[in-house]
Design a protein around this ligand. Structure first.
Ligand code: ATP
Length: 233
């Protein structure tokens, strides 16, 4: 369970996130959407302790940020992960497994899941954008922490890998893990998410269950278009 209470973030004079409260139940799959600069990554960075919120509190499965158990509750795929370029894919993932306290046996499994087994001996500097992205996803699968936090996981992937990654995330969801991911692609939200949380200019704009919306609208695009129209009228 993720409990966010009145969390805000200000960078200098810029309020990237206005005080925001949100509860995500254990086992839910939530898509965090919104335009460029809406505050999605800022919220994920607060959740993952990369940034300290300006105000508010966050609990993961009841643990506060200050408690050691907090960091054991989640695994995270950032949108800007930089790997040591001179190390191979396997060396990078092994190093991360050691840092995360994950069993080394898991390294080969995750490289397999993301289809990098055959190129695992290649230095990361030779990798394409999509291969980097799959490696970042692989490291997020090392630990079996109950909450999986993914920042634009399908960014830069070709259609085959978009579908494969969706499949893996849905399998993790089916195992009971709580998933919070950001995306700009509403068809992915339709396919994967139980719930759509949409930020606009650092504020909560929409928080709705996806299935009932898809009973009323032919797509989430149509629903969002209507919300914007309502606002302007
Ligand atoms: N380290 C930082 N210093 C100053 N401003 C920042 C910093 N990080 C983000 N911002 C600003 O905070 C706002 C929210 O940014 P954030 O990266 O959270 O948006 P986002 O919703 O993830 O956007 P995108 O879809 O483009 O990735 C933006 O106006 C951005 O310029």
């Amino acid at each position: 369970m993720i409990t966010i209470e009145q969390v805000s973030k200000t960078y200098g004079k810029k309020e990237a996130l206005s005080p925001l409260s949100l509860t995500i139940s254990a086992g839910e799959c939530v898509a965090l959407c919104g335009g460029n600069g809406a505050g999605k990554s800022t919220l994920l960075k607060a959740l993952t302790t990369i940034h300290t919120p300006t105000t508010g509190t966050i609990h993961l499965n009841g643990y506060a940020v200050e408690e050691a158990a907090y960091k054991r509750q989640f695994t995270y795929m950032p949108d800007d992960l930089i790997f040591p370029a001179e190390l191979t894919a396997e060396e990078n993932i092994t190093m991360m497994a050691n840092m995360q306290g994950a069993p080394v046996s898991r390294v080969e499994e995750v490289l397999d899941i993301v289809g990098l087994q055959e190129v695992k001996a290649q230095k990361v500097k030779t990798f394409s954008k999509g291969m980097h992205q799959r490696l970042a996803f692989a490291q997020s699968l090392l630990s079996d922490a109950p909450i999986l936090i993914l920042d634009e996981p399908t960014n830069g992937l070709d259609p085959y890998w978009v579908a494969e990654m969706q499949k893996v995330i849905m399998e993790e969801h089916a195992k009971g893990r709580t998933i919070l991911f950001t995306t700009h692609l509403l068809p992915i939200v339709e396919k994967m998410a139980d719930r759509l949380v949409f930020l606009r200019e650092g504020q909560l704009f929409i928080d709705k269950s996806v299935a009932p919306l898809l009973e009323r609208y032919s797509s989430l695009d149509d629903y969002l278009f209507e919300q914007y129209k309502k606002e302007r009228s």
